[in-house]
Design a protein around this ligand. Sequence first.
Ligand SMILES: [Zn+2]
Length: 174
Amino acid sequence: MNHLTHLSSGACLGAVLAPQQPSLWALCAVGALLPDLDSPKTTIGRVVPPVSWLVNKLLGWNAPHPDGHRGGTHSLLAVVVVSVLARHAMGPTAGWVLACGYVSHLLLDQLTIQGIRWLWPLPLDFRLPYPLAMASGHPWANAIVSTMAVAIALGLRFQHELEPWAAHLVRMLS
Ligand SMILES: [Zn+2]
């Protein structure tokens, strides 16, 4: 998945988790970008190259990618560490939202052919089987996932407003 897919999905998840607090939508989107801090080639890695380089050296071993990408930052261990740190740094609600954004990134990366290593440092790859798995950079895959995220967020946000329309549509079709 590319950074726009993670960003849009994270923001949508934030809108579902905290509909009345747009600042938390942004925080969830940031959380959804954080795992890719392990590669200086990614969007967030290019924002802070020295940090990205350090994270790559510390957590990039035993990664599915030879350049160290999707190693420790894409694991359950990272989810636990990020959750605890975020909770202490930002409080329970913001910490929870950031951690949810972080997990959303890992779930989306697991849909790709490359997969991730949830149990890192164990070298076990978790991915959807072919042909269900998507190529990470495929534009259609990214567009479909982003559109689905927006649709789900809008559907949940405006659920009550949409129910009469849905009932009307069902009556028309039956
Ligand atoms: Zn990733």
